[in-house]
Design a protein around this ligand. Structure first.
Ligand code: SF4
Ligand code: SF4
Length: 72
């Protein structure tokens, strides 16, 4: 579930969208968003969350602490 994009920091560079193994990232309005129902924290696909790894802006793809951690 739990990564989210901080909209106020996202520059709409699009880099994260294609890397998500679950197609959880999409453009919405003036920013990119992560569908919490699709994000699995990249568990089983990659060692690190790919959106965090590629995002050029620090602290923009972050854990959404309001949601429970993904459990495979
Ligand atoms: S952590 Fe992985 S599964 Fe979740 S949105 Fe980022 S790239 Fe997609
Ligand atoms: S990689 Fe970061 S800055 Fe680029 S679209 Fe995704 S969240 Fe926004």
């Amino acid at each position: 579930m739990p990564y989210k994009i901080v909209a106020s920091q996202c520059t709409n560079c699009t880099a994260c969208e294609a890397l998500c193994p679950n197609q959880a990232i999409s453009e919405k309005g003036n920013t990119f968003v992560i569908d919490p129902d699709l994000c699995t924290e990249c568990v089983g696909h990659f060692d690190d969350p790919q959106c965090v790894a590629i995002c050029p802006i620090d602290n923009t793809c972050v854990i959404d602490s309001t949601l429970p951690r993904y459990a495979a």
